[in-house]
Design a protein around this ligand. Structure first.
Ligand SMILES: N[C@@H](CCC(=O)N[C@@H](CS)C(=O)NCC(=O)O)C(=O)O
Length: 215
């Protein structure tokens, strides 16, 4: 299939959204061009829910069809533009990648998100400490799912670099002990070697810092 022009791929996103950054890593790795627009009426608006009933970001419009959920969109992109293949391997290997990716989206990232309501509020050390402990357990579980080697960038690798950047920021913000293990740091270093990851993080990082500083 020919490469899409920006007009063909429209990404509904907000700059600070973690899942939008995850999807941009997929788009970048596949060297796709896209047009990025804010949700009409703003984040959480009825106008956006009229388009995407769940109201979640990102969403992608392609050929007049609108899709939501970063994982569903990522798999769609990988099927429509299969090169480079980001879901390689046999059935078991692909299932392992999906397992890791979904663990990230349904277990690890929500443990990070659980700290968001505490940003910009009067500190509650006990509550932060409990959430930090829960996050640390999720990170340990994630580590058991990591592959021994990471030559290719896969769909399972696009969320973790962004989530880890949040964890680093939150470590400073809440003045907590670092919880990214040496094993995870090593894995992240390998992921950062991919241009799609480093390009996205170099744009996303300053936005995240600005957002945190505003809190
Ligand atoms: N599983 C969804 C989660 C997306 C998600 O939670 N996005 C956040 C922004 S980072 C959001 O839209 N939150 C508002 C909402 O869900 O109404 C995905 O992967 O796209």
């Amino acid at each position: 299939m020919r490469r899409p022009s920006p007009r063909m791929l429209k990404l509904f996103a907000v700059p600070i959204s973690l899942y939008c950054a995850k999807l941009r890593i997929v788009l970048r790795h596949k060297q796709l061009e896209w047009e990025e627009v804010l949700p009409p009426g703003g984040y959480g608006s009825q106008a956006y829910k009229d388009l995407v009933p769940g109201g979640s970001l990102p969403a992608l419009e392609h050929d007049g069809e609108l899709l939501s959920d970063s994982e569903a969109i990522a798999e769609y992109l990988n099927e429509v533009w299969p090169e480079p293949d980001m879901l390689p391997g046999n059935s078991l290997e692909r299932a392992r990648l999906r397992e890791r990716s979904r663990f990230h989206d349904t277990r690890l990232e929500p443990a990070v998100r659980a700290l968001f309501p505490m940003i910009g509020r009067a500190p509650n050390a006990q509550a932060v400490s409990e959430k930090w402990q829960a996050l640390s357990e999720r990170l340990a579980q994630m580590e058991t799912l990591l592959p021994a080697a990471t030559a290719k960038l896969t769909l399972a690798d696009c969320g973790l670099p962004v989530t880890s950047m949040w964890i680093e920021e939150l470590t400073d913000y809440f003045r907590m002990d670092p919880i990214l293990s040496p094993g995870l740091r090593h894995h992240l270093k390998n992921l950062h070697a991919h241009k799609a990851v480093s390009d996205e993080l170099s744009q996303y990082g300053p936005r995240l810092k600005t957002w945190m500083a505003s809190k």
